[in-house]
Every structure is written in structure tokens, then in C-alpha cells.
Design a protein around this ligand. Sequence first.
Ligand SMILES: [Fe+2]
Length: 266
Amino acid sequence: MKILILWDIFGRTGRRMVEENIDALRTKYSPDFMIANSENITGGKWPIEKHVLLMKDLGFDILTGGNHVFSNLKSSGDVFSSPNSIQIRPANYLEHPNYPIPGNGWKIVEKNGQRLLVINLMSSVFMYDHLDNPFQYIDKFLSDITEKYDAVIVDFHRETTAELVNMAYFLDGRAAFVYGTHTHAQTNDERIFPKGTGMITDLGMTGPLWSSIGHTFESRLPQFLTGTKLFGPKAEQVVGEWILTGVFVEIQAGKCFYIEKIRIQE
Ligand SMILES: [Fe+2]
């Protein structure tokens, strides 16, 4: 099973980079499944339906999310309500019968007789949302699930590196690949644990290179100089030189045996 994963498609620059490079990537890697994270795909924030459908048309099977995924739910159309949508969101929100969380936190995609389970987790550490413990959540989820699958991929949206490597260790032998998103910096620590779980702490970003995680430095620097968000213009997207990052992994019998980082720069 060959899987191509691209991370954080940021705004219009990120979308254009995917459109311009996806054919070459597909030719080079012949992936069975393609995954991306879309929490910043629309103007650097939430995913709207048009952009989710664009990614589906380009051949992506699943889009994961993160802390921005519900930033503008009113504009998201059927992204979270349609059973055919390829968009998922973090699975471990606190569920309450009176306040159902839109969308699903996991999905199984079947192609050529192979069933891939993708689940999106999120951490509460240094993040705004208060969530169910992601370690205990995935442990129970994998114990309880009755659907059949051939491999598990985990997008763990988190701030700290320690959480990611501990999650990969925790899931060794149960997940094929565990990767981190949210920090937007591709790390150089890809590895395969003894029982076959591959990992990388962060996949990086597909979007404008000379930017503060996609936004202009002018709009972000004042908050680091002053410790407040009082100053600087409204965050704007940067258009210009770009970078595309991701990973290609190969899996057999639910275990990872090959990891290749992808980094293409204009
Ligand atoms: Fe995030």
C-alpha cells in the first residue's frame, strides 16, 4: 500500500502548488491513497466546500483538520454534513448529546480491495480547545472499532514534539503511520518503531515560503515584540515563493517499511 501525504495546504498559494505539482508526484510515487491537511486551505483558515471538492477532483481521498477546522462553519457548506465528503476533523472533541459536533473524526477509504482507516486526533497542550485525552481516546477507539481495515494512519494535530513521539510509541504495532501537524515545520526525525509504526513529528507546510506560517511578517511580528495582538495589520496571506512538503510511505500487512520525506521549493 503506497500513500502520499501532503501537509498544510495554506491558502491560494498552497492550492496552486498542489495543482501544479500533483501530476508529477503521482507519476513519481504511484500512490494508492492520497491524504492532505486542509485546516488552512481557505484563506489560511477553515475549509470551504469549493476547496474540499477541488482536492477531491485532484484525487485526494481524505482531508484532515485541526484547531481551525470550524473557524467559519457557516461558510463550510456540506463539508461536515455530507457522507461523501472527504473532510474529517479531530475525533476527540468532548461529545455531548445536546451539542453534537459536526462531521466525523475518522473515515475508512476502500480502493482496489485495500481498506485504509484515517483518524484525526488533536491535543489540548498549548492549544485552545479542551479535548478528550488523545492517547486514551485512540486506545479505546482501536479496541472498540468493529469495521475491518488493513492499515491505520493517524494525523495528530499538536504543538509539542514529545506528544507525537510518545503517541507513535504508544501505537507501535497498531498504527501504520503517525504524523504530526500544526507546527508547519518539516522535521528530520522520520523513523519506524520495532513493531512497524512509522512516524514523523511534523510534515511541514505547502504554501508561501517567506511568511509567518502563511501570513505576512508585518501582521505577525508586532505580537512577538509586544506580547499583545494590539498592533499590526490584519493577517494577510503571502503570495510569492512557495514550498511544498509531505511524505511518501509504503505499508505492508498494516506495518510501515518505507518513509520518504518530500520537499519541493520554487
Ligand atoms: Fe493548527
